[in-house]
Design a protein around this ligand. Structure first.
Ligand SMILES: *[C@@H]1O[C@H](CO)[C@@H](O)[C@H](O)[C@H]1NC(C)=O
Ligand SMILES: *[C@@H]1O[C@H](CO)[C@@H](O)[C@H](O)[C@H]1NC(C)=O
Ligand SMILES: *[C@@H]1O[C@H](CO)[C@@H](O)[C@H](O)[C@H]1NC(C)=O
Length: 438
């Protein structure tokens, strides 16, 4: 077969296989499936707050002669994998956090020299393969370097540490100035992010059935629930009136309006890098656009109301929810069959995704239903409607239930806006803030 006759379908399958092999190291899904990608907003790094004494000395930005040299980072594709790369670059992050930035924002940081990729034209397959190779190289470098992760990422670390910043600003300092703060153990992902095997599950065995049976018996009737799947199949419920049309419109307008935080292409996941972070990949498996709701967006009154309702309806506190993911599917956009469960989360301190709470924010003229092929179920988008389903088994709520794999069918006409809530067994937000959620 000539290279030019290589079928697009085969390319997609190849990407799916590559991504699948890397990310599904715990429990194998069929290789034709892609797991949902988190790509959660990266916590805004706190710039170290220089103490008055050191500011007065005017030395903060002066590189110290004793500052450790930066290590060379592994080869990565010449693309930005986050919409925020440009802003981070402007804020000096390429220098503060070169490992992360080079891996995720090579284009903005201008650190593509050793890579052969043209970001604009790199195919999804090349991007996924390169991300995989970069992760392998980074992991190997980390092992070979024997504690290569234990370093200062900013030249001023020794100075900041001397002025007490390790205690004043630990979130930034203990990770980025690990050497100067003597926090190497903490900076080490495998130690910092150790899951507590005895942590109480937010959703213990049997709790999924309990919740859905209560809903079936009339709890939450204010949201007009309909149980659409029940044992022996996994549970699923549709709430026909979960939020008002006004709230839905408000959230869409918050999502679309905020300057500099526009929707960007949704991503898939390509395994873990050497910091234990999930590697985002672009893929033809998923063509929607995403906008993470963090920072001020979380505080918008309609968003707060929605977050409270989701916590109240599921009985799982907001801390365990990922930041809401706002999605926009325009004509012909889709997301092929996938599970929201990310195997790598299982042994992270946040634990696996237990529930998905999916809220439709617009009426779609045609197409765009959410279908669950194994349940023979499909849900039509409708403004204010929501669907709740588990991604884990009721009897083993840390293990994937593959039967709730689902598809976002192509929008045929109109625009589909929706919000995804992914709800974990343990605290997601606190673990995300210290870089422990992938
Ligand atoms: C978990 O609980 C077991 C039994 O109570 C105990 O022996 C063990 O030390 C605990 N582990 C941690 C990490 O707390
Ligand atoms: C959200 O609002 C609360 C109180 O209204 C405030 O304490 C908090 O700092 C705000 N958070 C953000 C991210 O704006
Ligand atoms: C859901 O969408 C798919 C693809 O457009 C379509 O084939 C299917 O009939 C729809 N389901 C229902 C119940 O309308």
């Amino acid at each position: 077969m000539k290279p030019s006759s290589f079928a697009p379908g085969a390319a997609i399958a190849l990407v799916a296989a590559l991504v699948g092999i890397v990310s599904l190291n715990q429990r194998r899904l069929p290789l034709h499936t892609l797991v949902e990608l988190t790509g959660q907003p990266r916590p805004t790094p706190l710039a170290p707050r220089p103490s008055p004494a050191s500011t007065a000395g005017g030395e903060i930005s002066t590189p110290l002669a004793s500052a450790p040299p930066m290590e060379r980072e592994p080869e990565v594709p010449c693309v930005d994998l986050s919409p925020d790369c440009t802003a981070w670059q402007r804020g000096g992050e390429c220098g503060f956090d070169p490992a992360y930035m080079h891996a995720h924002c090579a284009k903005s940081c201008g650190s593509c020299a050793r890579a052969d990729f043209d970001g604009a034209r790199a195919s999804a397959a090349a991007t996924a393969a390169a991300a995989t190779a970069a992760a392998a190289a980074a992991a190997a470098a980390s092992v070979a370097g024997g504690g290569a992760r234990c370093r200062d990422k900013a030249a001023s670390c020794p100075l900041w540490a001397a002025s007490g910043e390790c205690d004043v600003n630990p979130g930034y300092m203990k990770l980025s100035c690990a050497k100067s703060c003597g926090s190497c153990d903490w900076a080490d992902f495998s130690r910092r992010c150790r899951a507590d095997p005895n942590a109480t599950l937010a959703v213990p065995a049997g709790a999924i059935g309990e919740l859905f049976r209560a809903i079936d018996a009339g709890a939450l009737s204010r949201y007009k629930p309909r149980v659409v799947s029940r044992p022996p199949q996994p549970w699923a419920v549709v709430f026909d009136e979960f939020i008002s049309a006004e709230h839905a419109d408000e959230i869409v307008s918050v999502a679309s309006s905020e300057e500099g935080r526009l929707f960007t292409p949704s991503q898939g996941t390509g395994g873990l890098d050497d910091d234990g972070q999930l590697i985002p990949t672009l893929s033809s498996y998923r063509t929607s656009s995403t906008r993470w709701c963090d920072g001020g967006c979380l505080n918008e009154s309609a968003v707060r109301e929605l977050r409270e309702r989701v916590a109240d309806a599921t009985g799982v506190p907001d801390a365990n929810h990922e930041y809401p993911q706002l999605l926009r599917y325009t004509q012909s956009q889709y997301y092929k069959e996938h599970s929201d469960y990310i195997p790598a989360h299982r042994d992270m301190p946040c634990g696996p995704r237990v529930y998905t709470f999916f809220v439709y924010m617009s009426d779609v003229e045609e197409g765009g239903n959410t279908s669950f092929p194994q349940l023979g179920l499909s849900v039509e988008p409708k403004k204010g409607r929501a669907v709740l389903w588990p991604s884990v088994l009721d009897a083993a709520p840390r293990d994937i239930d593959e039967r709730t794999m689902h598809i976002a069918n192509p929008v045929l006409s109109g625009i589909k806006y929706s919000v995804n809530f992914w709800i974990h067994q343990h605290d997601f937000k606190a673990n995300h803030a210290i870089g422990c959620t992938g």
